[in-house]
Design a protein around this ligand. Sequence first.
Ligand code: NAD
Ligand code: MG
Length: 298
Amino acid sequence: MTDDQLALTDPTKRFSHITPQRQQQSVPGQDARLNPSPDHGEESYRGTERLTGRKALITGGDSGIGAAVAIAFAREGADVALNYLPSEQVDADHVADIVRAEGRIAELIPGDIRERDFCAELVSQAAEALGGLDIVVNNAGHQIFTEDLEDLDDEQFDRTMKTNLYAMHWITRAALPHLQPGSTVINTTSVQAYKPSPILVDYATTKAGINGFTKGLAMQLAPRGIRVNAVAPGPIWTVLQVTDGQPQDKIEHFGENTALGRMGQPVELAPAYVFLASPESSYVVGETLNVNGGLPTP
Ligand code: NAD
Ligand code: MG
């Protein structure tokens, strides 16, 4: 944050209240076309050398929360490898420009993480380009709303499971041989893990699964000096919401049900990932850090 923003700031007013118009995009969408533009921290995130020399792989690092994490990590001194789908090159280039302007490496590795072989290649290419790996952020996600279970076909169910759960398993497993003690794995779950929407049954199932995966794996890897944690965002203004993540009529008032009364911006997630990646959180293991504007969770 800039000095102005570090001053006493009312969280209900840190960002102006936005009421986006209807705007449809097809999956995975382009952040560059989102209106209004989200804040990924391009101007607002200020680093304080908390990740100097670290080497991070971030999935879904082209846009939304992943883009904010990539920018913050670079400002904190880390090199990053970003994965995304090939159609998202414009967004990935935008993030890479900012990372490189910090003098950090941005290795761009497009490809589909629903494929196991690609997940293995992704990890080895990232480790090769960065000279190792010590942070893995499993952040890519697929979310399409479906009103009725009868309409939730196997193709969508499979896509949601593959993207949100299988890829997390494949990427983390492939990364393990690279992860020295002190390394961290951070998974993106969701408030949906605790408060599933009736129209997001498959998605909410994966997000609850991510919490289980995170806690179980955290117990397994802690003795090896590797910490595993998760971040659970609430309603955040990203392209996920306009690519059928929500019905269009929900977008305008998205986030108004939070205690802060507004949706969050991607940059507001970044400090949670920085905290969990850095040694400052050395005693935090198997935790899910909620960043949701005030939607109390268990
Ligand atoms: P986003 O669309 O900007 O990011 C999701 C990314 O997932 C895409 O950019 C894409 O690169 C990646 N992805 C999807 N399918 C892929 C595939 N098959 N192969 C490779 N990459 C793939 O939206 P976001 O909101 O920043 O989402 C990031 C994470 O945050 C997701 O896990 C999402 O479930 C989670 N989340 C978002 C919200 C929210 O309100 N926006 C709330 C809770 C959780
Ligand atoms: Mg994207």
